[in-house]
Design a binder for this molecule. Structure first.
Ligand code: ADE
Length: 244
């Protein structure tokens, strides 16, 4: 069975508790398909105040998360090991930061097959670069904006990845047909009533003609992608030609 273990290093493990208790994620966890293990970085602090940050060398506003505390926290993860030859972590250690590579559906697919990975949530101004250099195997960003910490980004990554584990979605098909899974945005969807404030559901969806509906949905997806995301459209058009 393709299950997944995600470790999260954070100073706010409580932020994840309700997030993990609802919907698809709760089901995935209850079924034993996804295991999320929360580590409070503060538990690895070296003083009785639980200090995890300090002022930056060279001055400047804000605080920097301490490399020694982060490394100590990472090493409490049983499966964390450095490879003998490269001295690099064997389990992916992912730091969530706006400086990272953009997280997308392709990255979600890749991580869903990793078996196990570690997410590091930063807070404050930054984390000490030496921790990144020594222990981080990959930096991921949700986009070109700044969050107050990595926790929101970690939740987005956990959600996007967990739903790709086979058996997590009630109907695995619906996962495979999501926006982006084939490089396209999703088509419009409708449910009852048939007429809502004078707007009628497109006739084709009431026709019962499954081939026509499939074709319409594909065309709507292409149209939408072309209008809203011309950057995705060119790639998708090539894939579409290959499918015919
Ligand atoms: N931490 C702060 N901002 C972030 C972003 N945009 N993506 C990922 N992690 C972050």
């Amino acid at each position: 069975m393709n299950s997944l273990t995600i470790h999260v290093l954070t100073i706010f493990p409580g932020m994840f508790e309700s997030f993990l208790r609802f919907g698809i994620l709760k089901r995935a966890i209850d079924k034993g398909l996804v295991n999320v293990s929360l580590k409070n970085i503060r538990d690895s602090a070296f003083d009785r105040h639980g200090t995890v940050d300090d002022t930056p060398y060279g001055g400047g506003a804000g605080m920097v998360m301490k490399a020694d505390v982060l490394a100590a926290s990472l090493k409490t993860i049983e499966s964390f090991r450095l490879g003998k030859r490269e001295n690099a972590p064997l389990v992916p250690v992912i730091y969530l930061t706006p400086q990272g590579k953009h997280f997308d559906q392709q990255a979600a697919n890749r991580l869903s097959m990793a078996g196990e990975f570690i997410l590091v949530c930063g807070r404050y101004r930054a984390i000490d670069e030496r921790f990144v250099e020594l222990y981080v195997t990959e930096e991921l960003s949700l986009g070109d904006f700044v969050l107050s910490g990595g926790e929101g980004a970690a939740m987005a990554v956990i959600d996007a990845v967990a739903r790709l584990i086979p058996g997590v979605m009630q109907d695995f098909e619906s996962g495979m047909e999501d926006s982006f899974q084939d490089g396209l945005l999703d088509c419009p969807w409708y449910t009852r009533p048939e007429i809502f404030e004078n707007l009628k559901v497109p006739d084709v969806l009431l026709s019962g003609n499954h081939a026509a509906i499939k074709k319409w949905r594909r065309e709507e997806s292409m149209k939408r992608t072309g209008l809203r995301r011309p950057d995705l459209y060119e790639n998708a058009k090539e894939n579409d030609l290959e499918q015919i």
